[in-house]
Design a protein around this ligand. Sequence first.
Ligand code: SF4
Length: 336
Amino acid sequence: MKHVFGPVPSRRLGQSLGVDTIPLKTCNWNCVYCQLGRTKPLSNLRKEYFPPGEIAAEVQEALDLHKPGEIDWVTFVGSGEPLLHAGMGQLIRQVKEMTNLPIAVITNGSLLYLPEVRQELTAADAVLPTLDAGNAKQYRLINRPYPEITYERLVEGLVAFREEYRGKLWVEVMLVRGMNDSTQELQDIARVLKSVRPDAVHLNLPTRPPAETWVQPPTGESLIQALAILGNTTEVVHPAEGSFDLSGYQSPIDAIIGIITRHPMRQEELERTLDRWPAEKVSQALADLISSGQAQVVERYGMRFWSAAPSIYPDQERSLRAFPGHPLQNINPRQG
Ligand code: SF4
């Protein structure tokens, strides 16, 4: 399937059937921590990147494949900003007609200042926007937005959405060491959150390969401080344990591409996830994906992650040096 993946385990959403509405790395932000690499170019164009009927048909197919109890949520999330798809309202309504499962939308929240976007989300059961900064300067440094998407608009959109929306509003804050984890920065974020009044605040830490090499998770001390400052609806969201459902994939190659396009993975994790195929088949599939230029290995935090080849990570040459002899050596490094 091209648009639907999983269900995948999620701490907040149980077994979540992912629906990806846009081409890889179509986004109006370029977050320093983005696990899908750099956004190049930034795009703020709302349009129907794929026909809604094509996406809805895949959702129906995936729902038909699974027994009751195997999926907890249908989640619009993916390889960029899902609300850039202009047919999101229609898609959410269509999925509502197909199933009683709750629907979540994971978004950066940057388009919530548009009344029509807020309207499109009313049928969703939970919306999870992002707020990483308590002021315009930090926002520009962390999220590096499309110029038109100002900080004032981001906050204005979140506040307006909270006033209109009856579903669950769970705000995500990604903590990056030295950027938004100081007492002052956290107090600034807490002040904005007070005006947004989310149902919960989810603290995330960069665990997958960040776009920028220097991005680090906060220290344990900063994390404790963040929990204290951001209030009692705040919790740390660690990556969920559990298995990826690969029943929709016929071959290890399709499964690997389906996974790493949205979730770059460490080699060991990927091998574990693919254990329904013999280990030699998986190794062969990885080698084939490298030689055909469909996948790449990215080194971050001293670990190797597999990612889809179109993702753009700077310092890829550093990754090559870290793994001498790897087949990736034969491929021209992508430039960030
Ligand atoms: S983390 Fe999300 S919002 Fe930020 S650049 Fe990546 S896809 Fe866009």
